[in-house]
Ligand binder design. Structure first.
Ligand code: X8Z
Ligand code: ZN
Length: 610
């Protein structure tokens, strides 16, 4: 886990559970330190006690973190820092104590719990109390700095993150886009020194646990040796990279048509402010600039929702209804009472959407929902987390987590893939399903979000892995960030950057310390889940037209996988739902196959690559 309970994490985080058996592969020591070998009975008693304490402290800490995120003030930041200090200290204690039982023969579930405990803290703290407090304070401050970030101009007008996101999505004025793009990055300038110190302290904590550095700890959470995990992510990236390359080339050409070829760098990279998203991570908002006659989806989901009279609550209820249609239980009343679904006017909140597992009977989301296609999909994403939580609530706390963190991020997205035009017709939002001539448009729309996202989701942790290992030095933080962005995404900063900037910090997950490789894996997995669900539903036809809405057989199978939580290595969970034990990008490639052919046609004669 992670010590916060948001978005895919859970109370199990408190027990440091999201990392797996392979953590020991990175260990530089970690053998028992006591003379007398402990017994199996002691191991069982230790785990039982740790789980009890984790539930108790987790209940309290969850409330502290929730209040901080929902009422961002100096005081709630202090309360959250203290809760973090306590939970991190407890998780460190468990991790160290669990290692005492290395080599002791215990029942398989106890062994798994012990192994998970040894490697599951996202930001480990040093044993030294003064340093542990310093670390917790830094983390809470980074969180709150991001949450209250605004871009203020000299004339005193300010823009919140929501306004920035909206302007980046809708403005087509390159100068305005450039100004807002650079303006948002002022938010993270003050984070730089704190981030550097946080890395030092976390690494000290990681070494106390026997890991080379914090990145090694993160990579150890996937039921395989950490080094194999790096190879695995590279293998998956190579599967989908040709599709990304084709998309990047076409988008660059179309943006050149719109903004003028002279505004496009000659080296083939795309200026990052022109992609409809302040982080250039998903590009669906420039669909109108990229699509042409052949690639018209036939409808605009934002417009359809607005014209359908939807409000934020109806977006949430519609999302819930998909999950209940396949047989999952409706959400508890407390979900509706306690969630934050729209942005309050009277206070600062952390608007980045998240899902919270407060206790087995208390799950919530926090989301400043707007009635847009993006938020319609994000709502399904968040509900995927929530239904995961409610499905594994009967597991012991140690196993209340995703099979791995990418599973947690993939469930809601797999469901959102099923919100096809045909489904929108069933909801009464569309009068009729667009015919097959609109397929390229639909696929292009999806690809601008899903395919464009792949290299971005690799870059975020490639940067952090380098930072934690020391390969990226503080003096190069910003340069290394842009080197990776250029290399993997083929995009370039539109205005000069320097080491006075700290652009990584302008992305929520960096100050929030949420590992990001999970989203890369989730984008691979969601197509695997979707494809298997469609096969289970007996769907025949082009994959992207399939919706498993209302299919109880799919729901039962999904529920069985979700209910496993983290009790078994993730290949077991994957096999339960898809019949395969390997993550595999070919489902994504199959989904986008007609688009790939079309893109390659369009790209003929263009000079692609960067
Ligand atoms: O952070 C999220 C979710 C919460 S887990 C809204 N996502 C990533 C992002 O926004 O950067 C979902 C897709 C990627
Ligand atoms: Zn998520």
């Amino acid at each position: 886990m992670k010590l916060n309970l948001k978005s895919g994490a859970s109370l199990a985080v408190i027990l440091a559970m999201s990392l797996g058996l392979a953590a020991c592969a990175e260990k530089t020591d970690g053998g028992p330190t006591e003379a007398a070998a402990p017994t199996a009975a002691e191991a069982i008693a230790f785990v039982a006690d740790a789980e009890k304490r984790a539930v108790e402290l987790g209940d309290f800490a969850g409330k502290a973190f929730w209040v901080q995120a929902n009422f961002v003030t100096v005081d709630t930041t202090g309360i959250a820092a203290y809760a973090d200090q306590l939970t991190t200290a407890m998780a460190m204690e468990f991790a160290k104590d669990a290692a005492r039982f290395n080599g002791i023969d215990v029942p398989a579930d106890v062994r798994r719990k012990l192994e998970l405990m040894k490697g599951g803290i996202t930001i480990p703290a040093p044993n030294d109390k003064v340093k542990a407090k310093e670390l917790a304070d830094i983390k809470a401050n980074l969180d709150s700095t991001y949450a209250s970030g605004e871009y203020c101009r000299e004339d005193g007008t300010c823009m919140s993150d929501r306004e920035i996101i909206k302007t980046m999505a809708t403005s087509r004025d390159p100068e305005e886009l450039k100004e807002v793009w650079a303006g948002w990055r002022k938010v993270s300038v003050p984070m730089r020194g704190d981030y550097e110190r946080m890395v030092e302290l976390a690494n000290e904590g990681a070494r106390e646990l026997g890991f080379a550095d914090t990145g090694a700890l993160w990579r150890g959470g996937y039921d395989m040796p950490a080094d194999d995990f790096v190879v695995e992510t590279e293998r998956l990236w190579q599967q989908v990279k040709p599709l990304y390359d084709s998309l990047q080339c076409h988008v660059k050409a179309r943006l050149g048509d719109y903004y003028g070829a002279r505004n496009m760098p000659e080296d083939g990279k795309i200026p990052a402010h022109l992609l409809g998203n302040v982080w250039a991570q998903q590009w669906g908002n420039i669909y109108d600039l990229v699509a042409d006659g052949d690639a018209d989806a036939g409808y605009d989901l934002t417009q359809v929702l607005v014209e359908g009279g939807y409000d934020a609550m109806q977006v949430a209820k519609t999302g819930e209804q998909f999950f209940t249609s396949i047989g999952l239980d409706p959400l508890p009343e407390t979900f509706w009472e306690r969630s934050l679904i729209t942005k309050p006017r009277d206070r600062k909140v952390q608007c980045h959407a998240s899902a919270w597992d407060m206790s087995t009977t208390d799950v919530r989301i926090k989301m400043c929902t707007e009635v847009t296609a993006d938020d319609f999909r994000t709502m399904h994403h968040e509900l995927g987390h929530i239904f995961y939580y409610t499905s594994y609530k009967d597991q012991p706390i140690s196993f209340r987590s995703g099979a791995h963190d990418g599973f947690h991020e993939a469930i809601g997205d797999a469901v959102a893939l099923s919100t096809t035009p045909n489904y929108l017709v069933e909801l009464g939002l569309l009068n009729e399903e667009p015919d097959a001539s609109k397929d390229l448009g639909l696929l292009l729309d999806q690809a601008l979000d899903k395919v464009a996202f792949m290299p971005f989701s690799l870059v975020v942790d490639k940067w952090r892995w380098g930072v934690f290992s020391g390969d990226i030095k503080p003096a190069d933080y910003n340069k290394a960030w842009w080197d990776l962005r250029e290399e993997y995404q083929g995009i370039v900063a539109p205005v000069e950057r320097s080491e006075a900037d700290f652009d990584p910090g302008a992305k929520y997950h960096i100050p929030g310390n949420t590992p990001y490789t999970r989203y890369f894996l989730a984008h691979i997995l969601q197509f695997q889940f979707y494809k298997s669900a469609c096969a289970e539903a007996g769907f025949e036809g082009a994959l992207h037209r399939c919706s498993f809405y209302g299919n109880k057989q799919v729901g039962a199978k999904l529920k069985a996988m979700l209910a496993m939580g983290q009790s078994k290595p993730w290949p077991d969970a994957l096999e339960a739902f898809t019949g395969t034990r390997q993550m595999d990008g070919t489902a994504m490639l199959e989904y986008f196959a007609p688009l790939k052919t079309w893109l390659d046609e369009q790209n003929k004669g263009r000079s692609c690559g960067w």
